[in-house]
Every structure is written in structure tokens, then in C-alpha cells.
Design a binder for this molecule. Structure first.
Ligand SMILES: Cc1cc2nc3c(=O)[nH]c(=O)nc-3n(C[C@H](O)[C@H](O)[C@H](O)COP(=O)(O)OP(=O)(O)OC[C@H]3O[C@@H](n4cnc5c(N)ncnc54)[C@H](O)[C@@H]3O)c2cc1C
Length: 377
């Protein structure tokens, strides 16, 4: 029996570990990833803040083999759902169960001029450049822009802005640098609702970061952002680009171009024994609200799918459903963070609330990373 997991990120690692702990060794659990390392995306913000380095933060995915999970470090090139085969750069893999946890790809090319005229916040290559650029900027206008929806970890761009402000305060340039934050949404965090959005707005204001809502970026020129309505000047632009699903998921018919793989709380696709978890999927909670793209939810979905596969193999009822509970930290600098608690399936509507920033929540954020790395790798 082969369980093949495409993607050794947040969702894939959570699923693989849950499966391995509950199935005998005659079931092969195979992770395929084009990268040979894992690092939580949240560390990118710590690299920008200067408290971490990529080289000492990444963990080898090969470590999963110590627990009896196989790892193939290759690119997935085709998913053949009819014949239950995944093709990678060098092999064909037959699967009995397939978990697709390939995440999203960044697509700055969708906005003309974005790549050429900004630094991309979520791109690992640009992260050290951002770290250096904010330190080299002595005065002027620093703009941050969300240029596509949905994007990973809705609070993360605000966290980045607050951490950058904190760095500027530390190095003494804060008073000479104007910070503006542009978003296509009318409020800061629609996924968090009006109250959490207002709380975040007030935190931004207290750090002299001006939020501009309803700014849908259509193109970027040298030192100029162009919106559907209006434009803005900048000296340095740090942007969250549009996201797209990996092409293999479109090519096999699971995702439509420009969309994500639509599943319900079981993460089952329309193909038998094929599941889509994490950022690659879209789970609608109401007709307007979807489960946010976050590691904590990719993890919850991975565990849900793993539990149902375990039940199916053991010929028991498949009863697991993704509970939509979790939360994200909102770091604001000086080892302090808020915590946004989320319950997507609370009755009658999703509940979110922001716990005010504290050093305790920052310590919990550090623990969040440490515990998972110890468990998974
Ligand atoms: C700056 C930042 C901060 C964040 N902070 C938080 C936070 O505090 N809390 C939180 O819960 N979430 C946070 N997130 C969001 C979180 O990182 C993602 O939601 C999470 O990684 C999604 O998990 P996933 O398994 O769906 O995808 P990923 O973790 O992205 O994993 C996908 C994997 O698939 C692999 N892959 C893709 N295509 C192929 C292919 N063709 N062949 C082989 N392998 C392939 C990739 O290499 C990757 O390893 C943050 C994100 C960012 C950018």
C-alpha cells in the first residue's frame, strides 16, 4: 500500500507524521518535494528583523526517513488521476492514496512592473534584500502593498510592517521614514472581521503606519504604484504578490486556472482516495468566507485527512472533519506579539478575536515553531 504525499511543507509533514504513527510499516508513506529542506514561512519575518538566518533555520526533509517515512527530492511533473500515478523528474510512482499539499506559487508577473520595481515579501530570495534595504533607507517613503487576494497568512504583511517599523526605531531612522500600507480590501483583515481589523488598524496607527484600503494595484512603475483608482509614490516598495496554484494541479483537472482546488471539510477531491490540503485548496465556510491560507490550518487539514485514511485502511468509519480552529500571531517587535484566535465553524458565524500583544504570546510563537520541528523532523 502506497500513500504518496506531494509537498513536504506544513500540511504534508503533519499528514505524514500522523499516518506513520498509526499505520504499520507495510504501508509506505512517501513525501515528494522539489526542495530538500523545510523552514516555516514565519521565519522569513525573523530574517528581515535580523534575529535569524536561513542557513541555521532550515531543517533537512531527509530527516523524515529516520521515522520510516520515505522522502523523494524531485519535482512533481504530472498527476495522472486515471491511472493513479504521479510522475516526477526521474520516476513514476503508483499511489493507493494521494495527498496533494503543494501549497501556492508566487505570481508577481500578474502585475505589470511589480517584479522589476519592488522587493517581494514572501520570496525567500528577496527576504535578505529586504533586511538590507530597510537598513539602507535613511529617509523617504516606504510602501507596503498587498497586490492579490487571497494570500498566505492574512496578518503576516501587517506583522512585517510592524517589525520593519521596530527595526527602523532601533537604528534611529524611523522619524525620517514615512510608512504607507496599501491593500485592495476596505479593512485591514476581512478574514478576521471588523473588530480585529479595527484593532490592527489602531496598532498600525500607533506605529505611524498609514493604512490605505480599497487600493487595487494594477501596475507598478519606477517609484510609483498605480491603483484602479489613483496612484502613490514610494522610494522602497515591499509587496505581497498574487498567488497561484502549481500548474500540475491545473493540468490534471483538479484546479481551474486562476482558482484553487475546491474541497469541503474532509478535503476529499472528486477522485477516489485523492485529497487536497493546505494553501492549494479552497474550503468555503460561508458563501463569502473561505478558510484562510495558514500553516495552522494546513496542519489541521493534514491531520484530518490522515485520520480518515487510517480509518479507511483499518476498515473503520471515516469520521474526521477539519474543525477550523486555530490562530495566528501578530508580532509587533521587541519580542512582543498579539494572537488572533480563529474558530471558522463557530455557530452562527466564524469567530475571531485579537489577544493584545504580550511577551508571553511571542514566547508561544517561538514554541509553535520549535514543537513542530521537533515532532516532524
Ligand atoms: C511571511 C509568512 C509568515 C507566515 N506566518 C504564519 C504563521 O505565523 N502561522 C501560520 O499558521 N501560517 C503562517 N504562514 C502561512 C504558512 O506558511 C502557509 O499557509 C503554509 O506553509 C501552507 O502549508 P502547505 O503545506 O499548504 O504549503 P507549503 O508549506 O508551502 O508546502 C508546499 C510544498 O510543496 C512543494 N512543491 C510545490 N510544487 C512542487 C512540485 N511541483 N514538485 C515538488 N514539490 C513541490 C514546495 O517545495 C513546498 O515544500 C506564513 C506565511 C508567510 C509567507
Amino acid at each position: 500500500m502506497n500513500i504518496v504525499i506531494l509537498g513536504g511543507g506544513f500540511g504534508g509533514l503533519a499528514a505524514a507524521n500522523e499516518l506513520r504513527q498509526n499505520l504499520t510499516q507495510d504501508t509506505r508513506i512517501i513525501i515528494v518535494d522539489k526542495k530538500d529542506w523545510f523552514m516555516m514561512d514565519l521565519v522569513k519575518l525573523w530574517i528581515i528583523a535580523g534575529s535569524r538566518e536561513f542557513e541555521t533555520s532550515k531543517k533537512p526533509l531527509e530527516n523524515v526517513t529516520k521515522k520510516g517515512i520515505e522522502f523523494i527530492n524531485e519535482n512533481v511533473t504530472k498527476i495522472d488521476l486515471q491511472n493513479k500515478i504521479v510522475r516526477t523528474s526521474y520516476r513514476r510512482l503508483h499511489y493507493d492514496y494521494l495527498i496533494i499539499s503543494l501549497g501556492v506559487e508566487l505570481a508577481p508577473e500578474q502585475i505589470p512592473g511589480l517584479k522589476e520595481n519592488s522587493l517581494i515579501l514572501y520570496d525567500l530570495n528577496d527576504v535578505p534584500r529586504i533586511r538590507d534595504a530597510i537598513r539602507n533607507l535613511k529617509s523617504g517613503k516606504l510602501a507596503m502593498a498587498i497586490t492579490g487576494l487571497p494570500y498566505k497568512c492574512p496578518p503576516a504583511p501587517y506583522e512585517a510592517a510592524l517589525l520593519i517599523r521596530s527595526v527602523l526605531e532601533e537604528i534611529g531612522t524611523s522619524n525620517s521614514i514615512q510608512m504607507d500600507f496599501y491593500s485592495p480590501t476596505p479593512i485591514t483583515l476581512p478574514a478576521g472581521g471588523p473588530q480585529v481589523s479595527e484593532d490592527i488598524l489602531q496598532i498600525l496607527k500607533s506605529k505611524h503606519i498609514e493604512f490605505h484600503g480599497n487600493c487595487k494595484t494594477i501596475s507598478v512603475e519606477q517609484n510609483k504604484l498605480k491603483f484602479e483608482s489613483g496612484e502613490a509614490d514610494f522610494d522602497l516598495l515591499i509587496a505581497v504578490p498574487p498567488h497561484k496554484v502549481p500548474f500540475v494541479t491545473v493540468d490534471c483537472g483538479l484546479a481551474q486556472l486562476g482558482k484553487f482546488i475546491e474541497v469541503n471539510r474532509t478535503c476529499r477531491t472528486k477522485f477516489d482516495n485523492v485529497y487536497a490540503i493546505g494553501d492549494v485548496n479552497q474550503i468555503m465556510v460561508t458563501d463569502k468566507i473561505a478558510v484562510p491560507k495558514a500553516g495552522i490550518f494546513a496542519e489541521g487539514e493534514g491531520i484530518t485527512v490522515a485520520r480518515n485514511i487510517i480509518s479507511k485502511i483499518k476498515k473503520e468509519a471515516e469520521t474526521a472533519t477539519f474543525d477550523g480552529k486555530g490562530g495566528c500571531y501578530l508580532e509587533i517587535g521587541k519580542k512582543t506579539a498579539g494572537y488572533i484566535r480563529v474558530d471558522m465553524y463557530a455557530d452562527p458565524t466564524p469567530v475571531t478575536e485579537l489577544k493584545p500583544p504580550s511577551t508571553d504570546s511571542f514566547a508561544e510563537k517561538e514554541k509553535f515553531e520549535k514543537e513542530r520541528l521537533e515532532k516532524w523532523l
